[in-house]
Design a protein around this ligand. Structure first.
Ligand code: GLN
Length: 442
C-alpha cells in the first residue's frame, strides 16, 4: 500500500472509531520500521498534546516524551495521539473533551479508559502498538474491553519524562498490542534509567529470559460480584492454564478491598496539585478576560475549560490534603498502600503471580454509562487498582468472549521488576488462545 493509501485508510478508521485526537493526515511514512501511537498525555513535538482536556487545546510541546523519542530512535513512526479521559480521570473514555472513542466490537459501547483510544488503535490498526498510561487501571481496563493484550511495567521502569502527570507516585507507561511478541520487543526499548526522571529505574536492566510461570494465586475476594459471563470465561481460562501445567490455587487477600478507597484519595490528592498549573497562562488555551485580576481570571478560565470530572477530583483531592483532614485521609491512605504491598509480597513468596478477572463486566453501552454515578464507575476499578497502588507490573490477556461477542480479560500481577514472567505468560497464552480481531468494515 502506498503511504497516501495507508494514511487515507487511517483517516477513515479514525472517522469511524474516533480513537485519535490528532494524527498523521498527510506526508510520508518514510522508511519507518513500524507505526505506533501514544496516549495523548505524552508530549510530542509533531502533534498537539491535550491529555483529553479542552484546557490544553492548541498546546504544541517543544519536545518528545522519552518513551516516544526511544521508539523513534528504534525506527518507529508516531502516527497518532490517542483519545483519553481528561487527564486520565475515568474508566470509559467518556470524560474526554474531544469526542469519545468507540469500541471496535460494538460502536455503542465504550473502549474502556482512560487509555481508550490506545486500546482501540491497537485493536483496529494492523500490526500496531500503542503506548498507554496506567495510574489506577487505565491500560488493563481498555485492553480488556477491546480484546487486546496490555502490559503495565513496574513503577519506575519507564521514564515519565514528557508525561502529563495525573498522580506522580502512580503513573506508569505501558504498551497495548494484539500480538504479545510486540510487547516483548518494545518494552525493553522504552524501559530504563533516564536522567530527566529521577524516579526512573535504578534496578537492573529489563532482561527477557522467558521464565515461565509455574503457579498463580486467585484471590477469593476477586471473584465475588463479577458478572456471570466474565466469571464463566475466567473459570474456563483457569482450566486452560491448568492444562498448560500451571498450578492454580485460591488464596485469601482481604486487603484488596481497601485498595480502591485508598487509591481515590491518593490519586486525587496528587491530581489536585498537578492541575494547579493550568491557569490559562503557559499551556494551551489562553483566552479570557485579561482585564480581570489574577484570581478572577484563573477562576473563570478553569470554570470554563475543565470538565466536570476534573473539577470533582480537584475538590476531592484538595479536601483530603487539607490541614486537619490530612492525617485522617491522605496519611491513612499511604498506610493502606503499604498494607496492600505487603499482601502481594506474602502471596509472591509462594506463587509467581496473582490472577483475577480484569474488569467485573464486559464493556458497557454508553447509555448505561450515562446512568452510572461517579462512585459506581470508580468501583468498576476494584481489580485493576490494587497492582497500580502497589506499583507492581501487571498484564491483561484476552481470555474469552461473551454471547454478544464482547471481549473478556484476565489480569496477571507479578512482583516488582518481574515483567519477564508476564511477557512470557502472554506469549505462551497466545499460542493456545484464539484471539478475535474486530472486523473493521469501512
Ligand atoms: N479509572 C481510574 C481513575 O479514574 C484509573 C485511571 C487511570 O489509570 N488513569 O482514576
Amino acid at each position: 500500500m502506498s503511504d497516501a493509501d495507508t494514511l487515507s485508510k487511517l483517516s477513515r478508521i479514525n472517522d469511524k472509531y474516533q480513537m485519535f485526537n490528532d494524527f498523521c493526515r498527510d506526508g510520508e511514512l518514510g522508511d519507518a520500521k513500524f507505526l505506533f501511537s501514544v496516549k495523548d498525555n505524552l508530549t510530542s513535538a509533531e502533534y498537539e498534546t491535550c491529555a483529553g482536556s479542552r484546557i490544553l487545546e492548541g498546546y504544541r510541546p517543544v519536545f518528545d516524551a522519552t518513551c516516544i523519542a526511544k521508539l523513534k530512535a528504534e525506527g518507529g513512526k508516531l502516527i497518532g495521539k490517542a483519545n483519553m479521559d481528561e487527564f486520565g480521570f475515568g474508566t470509559f473514555s467518556t470524560n474526554s473533551g474531544f469526542g469519545i472513542p468507540r469500541n471496535p466490537f460494538d460502536l455503542s459501547r465504550s473502549c474502556g479508559g482512560s487509555s481508550g483510544g490506545s486500546a482501540c488503535a491497537a485493536a483496529v490498526i494492523d500490526d500496531h502498538i500503542s503506548l498507554g498510561v496506567s495510574t489506577g487501571g487505565s491500560i488493563c481496563c481498555p485492553a480488556s474491553f477491546c480484546g487486546t493484550y496490555g502490559i503495565v511495567p513496574s513503577y519506575g521502569r519507564v521514564s515519565r519524562y514528557g508525561l502529563i502527570d495525573y498522580g506522580n507516585s502512580l503513573d506508569k507507561i505501558g504498551i497495548l498490542a494484539m500480538d504479545p511478541k510486540q510487547m516483548t520487543k518494545y518494552l525493553p526499548v522504552i524501559a530504563g534509567k533516564d536522567k530527566e526522571d529521577p524516579t526512573s529505574c535504578v534496578q537492573p536492566e529489563l532482561k527477557i529470559t522467558h521464565k515461565k510461570m509455574k503457579s498463580v494465586a486467585v484471590p477469593r475476594e476477586a471473584v465475588e460480584g463479577i458478572a456471570k459471563d466474565v466469571l464463566d470465561a475466567f473459570n474456563k481460562a483457569l482450566e486452560d492454564l491448568r492444562s498448560m501445567g500451571i498450578d492454580v490455587e485460591y488464596v485469601d487477600m482481604p486487603e484488596l478491598k481497601y485498595a480502591m478507597p485508598a487509591y481515590y484519595i491518593l490519586a486525587t490528592s496528587e491530581a489536585s496539585t498537578n492541575l494547579a498549573r493550568y491557569v490559562g497562562m503557559r499551556y494551551g488555551q489562553q483566552e479570557g478576560d485579561l482585564t480581570l485580576g489574577f484570581d478572577d481570571y484563573f477562576t473563570s478560565f478553569r470554570t470554563q475549560y475543565f470538565g466536570d470530572e476534573a473539577k470533582r477530583r480537584i475538590l476531592l483531592g484538595t479536601y483530603t490534603r487539607m490541614e486537619g483532614f490530612r492525617d485522617r485521609y491522605y496519611a491513612k491512605a499511604l498506610q493502606v498502600r503499604m498494607v496492600v504491598i505487603d499482601a502481594y509480597k506474602k502471596v509472591f513468596a509462594d506463587h509467581d503471580a496473582v490472577l483475577t478477572p480484569t474488569m467485573p463486566f464486559v464493556s458497557p453501552k454508553f447509555d448505561d454509562i450515562s446512568r452510572m454515578t461517579p462512585v459506581e464507575s470508580y468501583k468498576a476499578d476494584f481489580l485493576t487498582v490494587p497492582p497500580n497502588l502497589a506499583g507492581t507490573p501487571h498484564l491483561n490477556c484476552p481470555c474469552g468472549y461473551n454471547a454478544d461477542g464482547m471481549p473478556i480479560g484476565m489480569q496477571f500481577v507479578t512482583d516488582h521488576w518481574n515483567e519477564d514472567q508476564l511477557l512470557t505468560m502472554a506469549e505462551e497464552w497466545d499460542k493456545q488462545f484464539e484471539i478475535r480481531k474486530a472486523e473493521v468494515s469501512l
